[in-house]
Design a protein around this ligand. Structure first.
Ligand SMILES: [Zn+2]
Length: 308
């Protein structure tokens, strides 16, 4: 066995506020995890140096995977544009990290954050038993990643699986993407919180969940409606790909038990050829570790490619 095959797999999940990182065993088991503030104001070179430092501390030998939100040029290793990380727009992040580590750029694999979270759940989380599923992350926005045959489908430019921008309500609210009525405007944590306030409920979704759990009719109805919109969006994915398994993650994903009746209603309304009972709607199991674990897997796959 080569030294590289024994080395821990290192993954980095870069977000607007924190850099989450960790080392995993070749089977996806967590060995070690770290989190440091992103401090993007210190500039892109400084960011690359700190990411490389983390990777080194975690035992990076052969290379690593990196998950980043936004539009990426994965071949060139450049973050083209990212709403929460605009300080690194256009920066050759992969080259800079590889140079710091003294590795060829091909040893650092860049992937979209939603795709790495999906891959993490496929490799070591809720999707382990199901080679085909859609991962949906309910956070500030609605992220998505399609896993088919155990692999994330990236599409020609890495945008495959962006379920958050499927139109659920034509002419509806303006989305961050510039279009109207996207799933994200109805079922993200941000949107759900706004809808809760409009219904006279607290803005804090944990409080809304607690109210619904204790039988409050307004809170229960709100979560049903948000779930129904989510189900209507998921219906587009199942019509197109005949997906039967959905993995729901992100902070607001914790409300899944209360969203589920609505999700099933939305699916039965709009999906084709199947009954609501045909679907498996699972909670993500890796929580905030999904991103870096999936990134570690992306790094492992890249290392395999480089060896071949
Ligand atoms: Zn949109």
């Amino acid at each position: 066995m080569s030294r590289g095959a024994e080395a821990p797999l290192v993954g980095i999940d870069l977000g607007g506020t924190a850099i989450k990182a960790g080392a995993a065993a070749p089977d996806g088991k967590i060995l070690e995890r770290r989190s440091i503030p992103a401090e993007l104001e210190r500039g892109p070179e400084d960011l690359a140096a700190r990411i490389a430092g983390l990777a080194r501390e975690l035992g990076c030998v052969e290379g690593l995977g990196l998950g980043v939100p936004g539009l990426l040029d994965r071949e060139a290793g450049v973050v083209l544009t990212s709403a929460n990380l605009h300080q690194i727009d256009g920066f050759a992040l992969v080259d800079a990290i590889a140079a710091e580590l003294g590795l060829p750029s091909s040893c650092v694999a860049l992937e979209n954050d939603a795709n790495v979270a999906a891959l993490g759940e496929a490799w070591a989380g809720a999707g382990r038993e199901d080679p085909d599923f859609l991962m949906v992350t309910l956070g500030t926005g609605v992220g998505g990643g399609v896993v088919l045959g155990g692999e994330v489908i990236t599409g020609s430019g890495g945008l495959a699986g962006e379920i958050g921008h499927v139109c659920v309500e034509p002419g509806g609210l303006l989305c961050g993407c510039g279009k109207r009525g996207c799933l994200e405007t109805l079922a993200s944590a941000t949107a759900a919180s706004k809808r809760a306030q409009a219904a006279g409920l607290p803005a804090d979704l944990a409080e809304v969940n607690a109210l619904a759990t204790s039988g409050d009719a307004t809170a229960t109805e709100l979560l049903f409606k948000v779930g129904r919109d989510l189900g209507r969006g998921l219906a587009a994915a199942t019509v197109l790909l005949d997906l039967r398994v959905f993995v729901i993650g992100g902070g607001f994903g914790a409300a899944l038990p209360l969203l589920r009746p609505g999700i099933e209603e939305g699916l039965s309304e709009r999906a084709y050829g199947r009954e609501a009972g045909d679907y498996r709607i699972l909670g993500a199991t890796l929580g905030p570790d999904a991103g870096w674990i999936g990134a570690a897997r992306v790094g492992q796959l890249r290392a395999q490619e480089n060896r071949d």
